[in-house]
Design a protein around this ligand. Structure first.
Ligand SMILES: [Zn+2]
Length: 380
């Protein structure tokens, strides 16, 4: 869920398409970011799912659904709990006198708001639920994370493009209730998004849990946040891994993040990243051991085919062969794309990354400068 438009979702379908890839290869594929609980769950589809998945929660009403899915399919589902940036306005960071005061402080902070904004706010207000206190949200999040030792924090992040819809919160499964909705002119203030996000990430660091991170039109804020978290948490920051999921980062920004943070990975999907021609550059620039794949899809029936599509793109961009059967022991130079991506997911899950010291950074910058020099100047 990385689109800038929360109404942009597909309709669910029941049967997965026939799939020609051998099951012994698919058993090593991990879809590191998807939303199967957005659609009605078919037990047949889940029982025959040939890959492993990381299933995201996004708001109050789907945390328990993700937990149920993981309880029913523990060998296939890594549950991920957290609040997506699109829904952070429903969280109250500090106590407010009333529902209206909470939302007014977010959307009409000016001393003298424009008449058209007041009008838009009055139209939006009836659709907004009673806000949940941040402490309550964190307590529920902590209990879900503690129930599942391998659970991650996700989907959380920053989004400066998303506008708040004039519609009541949809009940799950969301794909059945969503329509082309009327959007208000309001976005959720970055400062509020950061307060909700940082509280969730601080919890993830305390419980040593990995994070699936959404970043849309927030490149600078994301880079600054990662730097701030590294300083705040020190070595505990490197104990966890962060997956920048389906992000529209430039290849240069990604390289800068990789250089500063040993614990940040990148996962791409065809559904989001193929909209941008730069996704192949991003794959090429990404270190071979930081790359993962995902579907970001909202229907379990299509997770395998969507994940396989991006695996083919990665294989082509990186020049890695695609396995047509599974061999037990291979030396690293013989690894195919599925084995490399599976190995990266294991590195991601294990965490405990070596911190990058200032001295190493200087060395990396020098190497980068020298390689730029050989191929001619690249940066404007
Ligand atoms: Zn998502």
């Amino acid at each position: 869920m990385c689109s800038s438009d929360p109404t942009e979702i597909s309709t669910p379908s029941s049967a997965p398409p026939a799939f020609p890839i051998p099951a012994d290869v698919l058993a090593h594929v991990v879809d590191v970011h998807c939303h199967p609980t957005d659609s009605p769950i078919s037990q047949d589809v889940m029982s025959s799912l040939p890959i492993r998945i990381c299933a995201m929660a996004t708001r109050g009403s789907d945390q328990a659904l993700v937990a149920d899915l993981a309880r029913a399919h523990p060998s296939k589902v890594v549950p991920c709990f957290g609040y997506h940036p699109w829904f952070t306005h429903w969280i109250a960071v500090r106590p407010a006198e009333s529902r209206e005061t909470h939302y007014r402080a977010l959307f009409l902070p000016e001393a003298a708001p424009k008449a058209q904004n007041i009008e838009a706010f009055e139209r939006l207000l009836p659709f907004l639920p009673e806000p949940t206190p941040l402490a309550d949200m964190l307590a529920e999040l902590e209990s879900h994370l503690l129930e599942f030792p391998d659970a991650m924090l996700g989907e959380v992040g920053l989004d400066r493009a998303c506008r708040v819809p004039c519609a009541p919160p949809a009940p799950p499964p969301y794909v059945l209730h969503d329509t082309r909705r009327d959007l208000s002119p309001f976005t959720i203030p970055l400062e509020h998004q950061l307060a909700v996000l940082e509280a969730q990430i601080d919890l993830a660091v305390r419980l040593r849990r990995n994070v699936s991170f959404h970043s849309v039109k927030s490149q600078q804020a994301t880079v600054e946040l990662l730097d701030r978290l590294k300083t705040r948490h020190g070595d505990a920051w490197c104990a966890i891994s962060i997956d920048m999921h389906s992000c529209g980062l430039s290849a240069q920004t990604w390289k800068d993040i990789e250089r500063k943070h040993s614990n940040v990975f990148l996962s791409l999907s065809t559904v989001i990243n193929s909209r941008s021609p730069n996704h192949r550059d991003l794959i090429r620039e990404c270190s071979p051991n930081r790359l993962m794949v995902e579907s970001d899809y909202n229907d379990a029936a299509h997770l395998t085919s969507q994940t396989w599509d991006i695996i083919k793109v990665v294989a082509e961009a990186k020049g890695w062969p695609i396995e047509d059967h599974w061999e037990a022991d291979l030396s690293e130079d013989q690894w195919g794309v599925v084995r490399r991506l599976e190995n990266n997911f294991q590195l991601f899950q294990r965490g405990g990354h070596a911190p990058i010291r200032k001295k190493d950074r200087r060395k990396l910058l020098l190497e980068d400068w020298e390689s730029d020099d050989e191929s001619g100047p690249r940066r404007a």
